[in-house]
Design a protein around this ligand. Sequence first.
Ligand SMILES: Cc1ncc(COP(=O)(O)O)c(C=O)c1O
Length: 383
Amino acid sequence: MTTPLSTIQNQVPSDVIDLGLGDPSLSLLPLDLIREAAQARLSQADNSFLQYGAEQGDGHFRLALANFLTKGYGFEVSPESIFVTNGISNALDVICTLFTKAGDTIFVEEPTYFLALRIFADHQLNVLSIDTDESGLVIESLEEKLAEFRPKFLYLIPTFQNPTGTTMPQEQRERIVQLAKEYDFIIVADEVYHLLNYTSYAPTPPKSFAAYIDAENVISLGSFSKILAPGLRIGWLQAHSEKIERFKTCGLLDSSGGLNPFTSAITRGVIESGGLDNNIKKLINIYRSRLHVMNSALQEQLPDIEYIVPHGGYFFWLRLPEKTDAKELRKSAQIFKVDFRPGTLFSSRDGLKNQIRLCFVHYEEGEIREGILRLKECLNKAA
Ligand SMILES: Cc1ncc(COP(=O)(O)O)c(C=O)c1O
């Protein structure tokens, strides 16, 4: 809900617990960290970040980010392989602009991030979905579709997926990279949740797709939205030098210069001071605890509902009784002052009617418990 004077995208009435919302809590957005980095940067004589920026993105920022990712991803990341974006949404839009035309076919997971589907719709792409299971994309289903269609790209959320929370094992990633070579399509890996890992994967979940960019047709997308603050509108993509060249030389950048030089200059300070590492550690501790609270509340209140416990990211994906229509249920949820996202939103086939997405990061622990209690009451009434 927005009003003429709104500053934020999703304003939930204060008496409603919207467990569907995939935004960080306002109280966890680190104003002090950003203020310190901004003050430090704005008090320097160098004002170059107020000029049109270098097309690939601020070089100092890319260097700081490459060092950060080398640690976070557990393999060497070069600043030359990074292109700065306004976030993943922007990266998806630019990828569609540069590598597709209206009517082209692309593949997505079933289910997938519903707002990516909106971007693909703006580009009038023909979206076909590939089955997934508890370990992500089903390779046989991909192979079957490839026998019939030639996609321009395959959009994947390989780690702590939105909405299912699942993570694709390493062998599957490698097989998809082989298939992309064989069938000449681009892999667009949206790795927005990769660094939000709450369990014992060491040091990180299976390797980011950024490890495969030498394969030329792999693009890995990252963002500061979930590890720092979405309002910064800053992210990055990693790709082979030929792809980077294509991004750097596109018409948009010819006119605008590199994306977001001002925010890059400030975010660089947050990385270099160690503030980003600390912020991620803090988020991981809080989110791990919220995940456990939601899991126990679900087990206590809704013991018959099926789901897989996520190891990271933001979401639980629940399978309600077969006959449930989650869209209809959402209407009666209003009476109980609780909300969620129905599965059909994430489907490219109008399926997943009895599934729902819950987010465990947005609310504090007491509100999560209360939200699950309200969900139970709502389900009891519907039964
Ligand atoms: C899978 C996925 N991709 C992309 C985004 C948006 O990323 P950004 O804020 O970097 O545009 C989100 C946010 O919820 C997401 O869940």
